[in-house]
Design a binder for this molecule. Structure first.
Ligand code: R2B
Ligand code: URA
Length: 311
């Protein structure tokens, strides 16, 4: 079990000395003269991180670089912060791993697909926010998912990420030992998002558990992968069990996202649109994606606007 100040696990669920700053829990960082955030192509000795990022209050993360660019363009318009040329440079242009955009207090970062990819991005993002002395940061993953028992296009605000056995934890092997971390998200933030969706009245939003899997095909009980050793009936039984346990959508990053944000004291939420009802099918195409992918962006922009108006 990982130990040390601020680490959480299912048995000893304590965290973080204060709510407002962004915590790292790594004594080795103090002894380092400089810190290269390699996958961002940023660093403490090459960039003035407090000047570049010190005013960040909202971080939105999502899988695709182009979606995170369109998010920053959209929110810039919503907040009346468009620049004259409507150009938003990729802050991580020197790296082709992740893309990052900023407008005012909003940072938009891509994370790729799956737990390993988002975990690498979050290590560097959390250090970036820490080095930049950011305070009171809210972080939201906006993404896509497969739905369970929901009309396609429904937005799910995650109550609790669960693993593929429907349990609310994220397990990782560190130094050959299994470390179990809590996947609790910020309940108040989830409720606030639901309330704003009702206020917007543009699409249905529900709060439910999100199953986070290690694979898109067999890991999500699809029948259309390159390999499949189970029947349609097996698939339906598994998805029914997932639904009965409270799962309303399935994606591939929420568990480690929740675990790492909780450890660093970031208030976090996951907002994913459902692209299809998984009990009715498996296949997706880009038309379905384009129809619905803006919904999480619309909801999260509304929350940011409301928060900024209130401050
Ligand atoms: C949702 O969509 C991606 C797979 O298509 C994955 O990153 C996820 O969580
Ligand atoms: N993303 C997933 O992980 N699963 C889906 O079914 C759709 C999007």
């Amino acid at each position: 079990m990982a130990t040390g100040p601020g680490f959480t696990d299912k048995k000893n669920d304590t965290c973080c000395e204060s709510e407002s700053t962004v915590y790292v829990h790594n004594p080795h960082l103090d002894g380092m003269k400089k810190d290269n955030l390699y996958h961002f192509n940023l660093g403490t000795s090459t960039h003035d991180l407090p000047a570049m990022f010190g005013d960040v209050k909202f971080v939105c993360v999502g899988g695709s670089p182009s979606r995170m660019k369109s998010f920053i363009e959209y929110i810039a318009g919503e907040l009346g912060l468009e620049n004259a040329k409507s150009e938003y440079p990729n802050i991580c242009a020197g790296s082709d791993r992740f893309a990052m955009y900023k407008i005012g207090p909003v940072l938009s970062v891509s994370h790729g697909m799956g737990i390993p990819s988002i975990a690498i991005m979050l290590h560097e993002l959390i250090k970036l926010l820490h080095h930049a002395h950011c305070t009171d940061v809210t972080i939201i993953r906006i993404g896509t998912s497969g739905g369970l028992g929901l009309e396609p296009g429904t937005v799910v605000v995650t109550k609790q990420p669960v693993d593929a056995t429907f349990l609310p934890w994220f397990k990782q092997i560190i130094l050959g030992k299994t470390v179990v971390r809590s996947t609790d998200l910020d309940e108040g933030l989830a409720e606030e998002l639901l309330q704003y969706s009702n206020e917007l009245g543009q699409f249905n939003t529900v709060i439910g558990n999100t199953m986070c899997t290690l694979d898109f095909y067999e890991g999500q009980a699809r029948l259309d992968g390159a390999f499949c050793s189970y029947t349609e009936k097996d698939k339906q039984e598994y998805l029914t069990k997932a639904y009965e346990s409270g799962v309303r959508n399935i994606e591939m990053e929420s568990s480690v996202f929740a675990a790492m944000c909780k450890l660093s004291g970031l208030k976090a939420a996951v907002v994913c649109v459902t692209l299809l009802d998984r009990q009715k099918g498996d296949q997706l195409n880009s038309e379905i994606l384009q129809t619905y992918e803006q919904r999480p962006q619309i909801l999260v922009s509304h929350l940011i606007k409301k928060r900024l108006q209130a401050s």
